[in-house]
Design a protein around this ligand. Structure first.
Ligand code: ZN
Length: 145
């Protein structure tokens, strides 16, 4: 088993464990994908609050009704929770951060050579980062100019 594959499986496992206690983004925390994990956590929490508010009458809301939510509330939340676990698996399985592609010097995130900012940590670059194959030509040219 490769490191990437093992990392993906652990991320999925942590994500599912988190999901089983109602916490989205646990797998992302394992992957140190803080922003994405936090986004998942707040997204699922927000969806849950909206679903609860539309399906449970606030005037009759008790702790008992919160622990015995209708399936219209719990089913979508469970789907989202497990989607977040799958997302963590997908992130790890595709090998982020990759060592062979372009990497952000700040967060080691995978970069698109066409953009001048990092989509993972929003760091802006003065020039688009270069791959290893173009880096030498570029630096040589700028030295001779
Ligand atoms: Zn970055």
């Amino acid at each position: 088993m490769t490191d990437t594959r093992r990392r993906a499986l652990i991320a999925a496992l942590v994500g599912v464990l988190g999901a089983s206690v109602g916490v989205a983004g646990a797998g992302h925390v394992y992957l140190r994908e803080w922003r994405r994990g936090f986004a998942w956590f707040t997204f699922v929490l927000g969806v849950g609050l909206v679903l609860v508010s539309v399906s449970v009458d606030p005037t009759t809301l008790t702790m008992a009704s919160l622990t015995d939510l209708p399936s219209e509330v719990t089913a979508p939340i469970f789907v989202l929770l497990f989607l977040s676990a799958f997302d963590a698996y997908y992130l790890a399985a595709r090998g982020h951060p990759r060592s062979d592609g372009l990497q952000c010097p700040v967060c080691r995130g995978e970069l698109d050579p066409e953009v001048t900012f990092c989509p993972w940590c929003a760091t802006e670059f003065e020039t688009p980062p270069r791959g290893p194959e173009t880096f030498d030509a570029e630096s040589v040219r700028s030295e001779t100019e």
